[in-house]
Ligand binder design. Structure first.
Ligand code: NDP
Length: 337
C-alpha cells in the first residue's frame, strides 16, 4: 500500500519533498462490528486548503496533518470490503480518504455516488464534489445575486472560479474573471463565456484594470485570492456590494503580513463581506448533484479538469495548484476501478 506522508510541518513555500512516498501496510480485512469500509482509491484531490493543514496551527477549522502521517483529503474510491450495511463490494463512493492505494474509513463518512449516472468519476471531486458545492453555495447563498449584477471572480479558471462565472452568466450578470496566464484568460472568454478576463500578473495597476473592466463598479466579488486584489476590488465596489470570501490563496504561503488598505470602503458602500465554508452547506450536495447535473447534461455548464497520473505524482500536483500550473480542477488518478 503506497502512501504519501507529510515529512514535517511546512514553513514558507511548500516543496514537493515535503510530501514523501512510503511503502506502508494495510490489512486487507475489517474488524467485525466497526462499520468500517476498505476502499481502493481511484482519484484524489489536491486542494488549496490542504496547504494550511501542512503547517502547525491550533486555531483552524480543520486539524493539521501530523508529520509522518498519511495525507487525507477528498477522494473517489471503490469499496473492496464493507462492514457497513449501506455499502457493498464494488460500490463507488466519495469522502475523506488517504493519499494511498487503499484506505480503511468509517462507512458513515462516505457518500455513495449516484448509480446509473453517466458522469466521469472525476466530476465528484470537481463540479459535483466539494468545489462544485463551494461555487454553488458561495454564489447563490452568500452573494445574494440578481440579474444584471456586475460580478468579478478571481482565480476564475480554477475548480471553483470557472463555475461561479458560469452560474453568474446563466443568471444574466456581467462577469469578469482574473487568472494567471494567457491560456487561462482565453479559456475564461472562449469556453466559460465570461464577458471579459484579464491576466492579473501582467497588471501593474490592478485598480486601473478593474476600473477599465467595471466602468459601472462591482456588485459582487467572489474572493479566491486576497491581498492586493482584494484591496483593488474594495476601491471599486458599488453601494450594497457583496463580497463572498471563499479563499485567499495569495496569502497561504506568505509569512509577510499584508494590511488591507481599503476596508473602510465597506462603510460608505454599505457593503457586506462574508466568509463561508463549503462544509457548512454539505446538506446541499443532493441539490448540486441534481441541478448542476442537469446543467452539465444540457451543456449549459462546462467543466475543465486537469488530471495528473499516478499517486507518486500527487506532491507535484499539489505544488501545481499552489503555483497556478493547474488549468481547471486538479485531480490525481491513483488507479482504474
Ligand atoms: P484552483 O483550481 O483555482 O487552483 C488554485 C489557483 O489559485 C491556481 O491555479 C492559481 O490560478 C491561483 N493562485 C495561486 N497562487 C496565487 C497567488 N499568489 N495569487 C493569485 N492567485 C493564485 O483552486 P480552487 O478552485 O480549489 O480554490 C480556489 C480558492 O477557493 C482557494 O483560495 C481555496 O482555498 C478556496 N476554497 C474555499 C473553500 C471554502 O469552503 N471556503 C472550498 C474550496 C476552495 P492563477 O493561475 O489564475 O493564478
Amino acid at each position: 500500500n503506497r502512501q504519501i506522508m507529510l515529512k514535517d510541518y511546512v514553513t514558507g513555500s511548500f516543496e514537493v519533498s515535503d510530501l514523501q512516498l512510503h511503502d506502508g501496510t494495510c490489512l486487507l480485512q475489517l474488524q467485525e462490528g466497526t462499520k468500517d469500509v476498505l476502499l481502493k482509491n481511484l482519484y484524489i484531490s489536491p486542494d488549496p486548503y490542504m496547504r494550511g493543514r501542512m503547517q502547525k496551527r491550533t486555531n483552524s477549522y480543520v486539524d493539521s496533518f501530523l508529520p509522518g502521517s498519511v495525507i487525507t483529503g477528498f477522494g473517489v474510491s471503490q469499496v473492496v470490503l464493507s462492514s457497513h450495511p449501506k455499502f457493498s463490494k464494488g460500490d463507488f463512493v466519495t469522502g475523506f480518504t488517504g493519499w494511498e492505494d487503499f484506505s480503511i474509513v468509517k462507512g458513515e463518512s462516505l457518500r455513495p455516488l449516484p448509480t446509473g449516472n453517466s458522469f466521469p468519476l472525476t466530476h465528484f471531486l470537481g463540479v459535483l464534489g466539494m468545489p462544485g458545492l463551494t461555487a454553488y453555495a458561495g454564489f447563490y447563498k452568500v452573494c445574494s445575486p440578481k440579474e444584471g449584477d456586475n460580478v468579478f471572480v478571481s482565480a476564475a479558471s480554477g475548480a471553483v472560479g470557472q463555475l461561479v462565472g458560469q452560474f453568474a452568466k446563466l443568471l444574466g450578470c456581467y462577469v469578469v474573471g482574473s487568472a494567471g496566464s494567457k491560456e487561462k484568460v482565453d479559456l475564461l472568454k472562449s469556453t466559460f463565456g465570461f464577458d471579459e478576463a484579464f491576466n492579473y500578473r501582467e497588471q501593474t495597476d490592478l485598480d486601473a484594470a478593474l476600473k477599465k473592466y467595471f466602468p459601472n463598479g462591482i456588485d459582487i466579488y467572489f474572493e479566491n485570492v486576497g491581498g492586493k486584489m482584494l484591496d483593488a476590488v474594495l476601491n471599486n465596489i458599488n453601494v450594497f456590494a457583496r463580497i463572498a470570501v471563499c479563499g485567499m490563496i495569495s496569502r497561504y504561503e506568505s509569512a509577510e503580513p499584508y494590511a488591507i488598505q481599503n476596508l473602510i470602503q465597506l462603510i460608505p458602500k454599505r457593503a457586506k463581506m462574508q466568509g463561508f465554508l463549503a462544509t457548512d452547506f454539505s446538506h446541499l450536495y443532493p441539490e448540486v448533484t441534481e441541478k448542476v447535473g442537469v446543467l452539465l447534461k444540457e451543456k449549459k455548464v462546462v467543466y475543465i479538469e486537469d488530471v495528473t497520473e499516478g499517486l507518486e505524482n500527487a506532491p507535484t500536483a499539489m505544488l501545481d495548484v499552489l503555483h497556478g500550473k493547474n488549468v481547471g480542477k486538479k485531480i490525481v488518478k491513483v488507479s482504474d476501478p
